[in-house]
Structures are given as C-alpha cells and as structure tokens.
Design a protein around this ligand. Structure first.
Ligand code: ADP
Ligand code: GN1
Ligand code: MG
Length: 362
C-alpha cells in the first residue's frame, strides 16, 4: 500500500514555519512510515522528518515518546554527540493522534548527512562502531529504571523461540510443511538461544541502556567527514544488553549481501568489516565492558542473526502480520538469508574471537 499522510491534519497539528512545499517517502525500515516534509519560511527552506508510529508494534506511544525525550535530553546535555530534536505539537505534546488512531511525530531534519543500507568502506564501518560505542557510553549513567519497556522481552531470544513454537503448532496459514529445513535449523540450534539471557540472570552481564535496533541505516553520517554524527530510530531504547547492540550491527552491516538477499550464495560475514566495526566500537566501549561481555561479542553476532531467523520465520508462519513485506515470500526469503549468515558466522567464530581479543587488549 502506498505510504501517505493526511496533510491537512498534520499541518494543523504541528507549528511548522512557513508554507508547506513538498513531501517524500523516506521509510528505510520495516516497521514505521517515514516522510521528509519541506517548508518555505520567507525564502528559507525548513525540513522535518514526519513519522507514523506503528502502534501494532509499539502499543504505548506515550511511554515510548517519554523514553525518547529523556534519552535525547541526556545525550544533548553531554554535548558530545548530536541527537534527535522533536517538534512539539501545537498543544505541547510529543505526538498527535489522527481520527483513525494513528500516532504521528515530527523531528527536525539533520542536514548534511547521509544514511546507507550497505557499506564496503572499512573506514565508514569503523565510524559506525564508534558511533554506537559512544551512544552506549553517553547513556551509561542514564537512570535505567525510569525507562519503559516499549516492547517487553524484545530481545529475549528464549521468548522468541516460544513464540515461534506456538506459531508452528498453530500453523494458521498452512505454511509449516513447506519450510521444514528452516524449522529444523532453528530446532537444531535452539540451545544457543539461552546463552546470553542465562548470563544476564547469573549477573555476569549487566543490563544497560541500549538502542536495540542498531542497523547501519539508523546512523546519520556526516557527508564531509563520514563520521557517525547522530543515532536515530530510538523507539526501542530500553534496558537491554550491550551485546544485542553490537551483535545486531554486525548482523546487518558486516553482511556481504542485503538482509533479504534471495541468492543466499551472496550472503557471508565480511571479516574485514567485522574487524573495522569491532575496533571502532571498542575504542569507545572497551573500558566499561565486563569480561563476560567481551568474551561473548563474537557470539552475539550469531545470536542476533539467529534471533532474526526465528522472528522472520515466526512472522511467515503467522501470515506476515508484523514486518512490512514487499512480496508474498518476503519473510521466508529473509529467513533463508539470515540462516545463510548464521552458518557463515558459525564457521568463522574462532577467527572472530581472535579479532575481538586484539582490540580488547589494545
Ligand atoms: P524507519 O527505519 O522506521 O523507517 P528511521 O527513523 O530510521 O525510520 O528513519 C528513516 C530514514 O529517514 C533514515 O534512514 C534517514 O535516512 C532519515 N531520517 C530519519 N530521521 C532523520 C533526521 N532527523 N534527519 C535526517 N534524516 C533523517
Ligand atoms: C525492524 O524498524 P526497523 O526496520 O529499523 C525491527 C528490528 C529488526 C529489523 C530487521 C521494532 O527494525 O528489531 O532487527 O526490523 N524493529 C522492531 O530489519 O521490531
Ligand atoms: Mg531506521
């Protein structure tokens, strides 16, 4: 379905400067809908990012926006990194709700930046690691207890496994028989789902304020310097594990192919990109990591990929109700691409651990 917004409602809800000139779809992810909207204020162009919050996924937009307001204020106060800046509604709220119950928010557009879904440059991926490492460092003294869980058990892989088994048992779409290999892959590896949550329960790895959706396209890079200047897509900022953030960045950004590449032969983990991100991330985060966190960095890339295998296949079995899809088999194609990546990561774990050690001790 074409992504649109009701211009009269939006223009009436926020105090935009000047005259509305144009809008374009900027959606990059597979959950929210995003638009760039432009205004002319006495000859000066003013740009904003307008977003429809997916309230099927984020059930409590009010709590979510309170999280983002707190976290962005904290980052801004430190003065070391740019962060998202809201435009409040005319009645002073962080978002508005239209007659259909959709929630809309607006951010000031950050100029002079670019985003990307794939990267070949080691230097830029090093900068991505630094940006997320810095984000973690800047939030290490944020009062974690004040954060709401915007999606409870978001990265709780055992719970994801349970949801998968439930979908499999129900098989509402009658799809299970056609994805036997993919189901078997999950069941053969299910023990791995418990490793990080168990370490957390045992107190060996701490809960931290984490981003939880550290895809490459959630970093704004400076067009001139290629530095990662601003972390965006803050809906899932909540208590989590640093390993989720590190692992998911590797899963998405060190893949030699797209997350949904249909030709699985193109999918692999690029060890040079892995090295670059690890070096950048650890240059910022090394001092705060516990030994158990450092020891599981390489494994976390496997786990986050495995978690996406589980989530994409669950959604496929449920009839594609969660992730946006571009075509009927999209979630299955995503599942297969993530399984291919899991297998490749698994074969490279020893080498990856060696690389991590180099930068942990540097
Ligand atoms: P989603 O991934 O849910 O579609 P994002 O918040 O990641 O939504 O935004 C989508 C895209 O819009 C980003 O990848 C980026 O290109 C652009 N974008 C988002 N916020 C800003 C901003 N404040 N300034 C400039 N560009 C932005
Ligand atoms: C979703 O919205 P987006 O595209 O940044 C998802 C992530 C997945 C990702 C996979 C709230 O992120 O957890 O890792 O897709 N976000 C949510 O591409 O479920
Ligand atoms: Mg995004």
């Amino acid at each position: 379905m074409a992504e649109t917004f009701n211009a009269d409602f939006i223009l009436g809800s926020f105090d935009f400067p000047g005259r509305f000139v144009s809008s374009e779809v900027k959606t990059d992810g597979i959950i929210n809908s995003t638009f760039l909207i432009c205004f002319d204020a006495d000859g000066v162009q003013e740009k904003f990012i307008l977003q429809k919050i997916n309230t099927f996924v984020f059930r409590k937009p009010d709590e979510l926006m309170q999280n983002i307001a707190g976290v962005t204020a904290h980052i801004r106060e430190k003065g070391e990194m740019q962060t998202l800046d809201f435009l409040k509604t005319k009645d002073g709220s962080y978002y508005c709700t239209d007659s259909e119950g959709n929630c809309w928010r607006c951010y000031k557009f950050v100029d002079g930046v670019y985003t990307c879904n794939r990267i070949d440059s080691k230097e830029v991926f090093y900068n991505a690691g630094r940006a997320f490492g810095k984000f973690q460092r800047l939030l290490c003294d944020y009062p974690i207890k004040t954060l709401y869980d915007t999606i409870p058990d978001f990265h709780n892989t055992p719970k994801r496994l349970e949801a998968f088994k439930e979908a499999l048992a129900k098989d509402t779409e009658g799809r299970a028989a056609s994805v036997k290999d993919e189901i078997d892959y999950i069941l053969r590896n299910e023990d791995k789902a418990y490793i990080l949550t168990n370490l957390c329960k045992e107190g060996k790895i701490p809960l931290r304020v984490t981003h939880n959706d550290t895809k490459l396209n959630n970093i704004l890079f400076d067009k001139k310097t290629d530095e990662g200047v601003c972390i965006i897509d803050l809906d899932t900022v909540m208590p989590g594990l640093s390993l989720y953030d590190y692992g998911d960045s590797i899963r998405f950004g060190a893949n030699t192919a797209a997350e949904d590449e249909p030709d699985t032969r193109k999918v692999s983990l690029d060890l040079e990109l892995f090295r670059a991100y690890t070096e950048g991330y650890l240059s910022e985060a090394k001092d705060s990591l516990t030994p158990a966190e450092a020891e599981h960095l390489a494994f976390s890339a496997y786990l986050m990929t495995f978690e996406l295998v589980i989530r994409f296949l669950t959604d496929y079995l449920n009839g594609d109700v969660y992730f946006k899809t571009g075509y009927p088999q999209h979630n299955l194609v995503r599942t297969r691409a993530q399984i291919a990546l899991c297998k490749d990561i698994d074969s490279k774990l020893t080498e990856m651990k060696k690389i991590v050690k180099e930068y942990c001790h540097a």
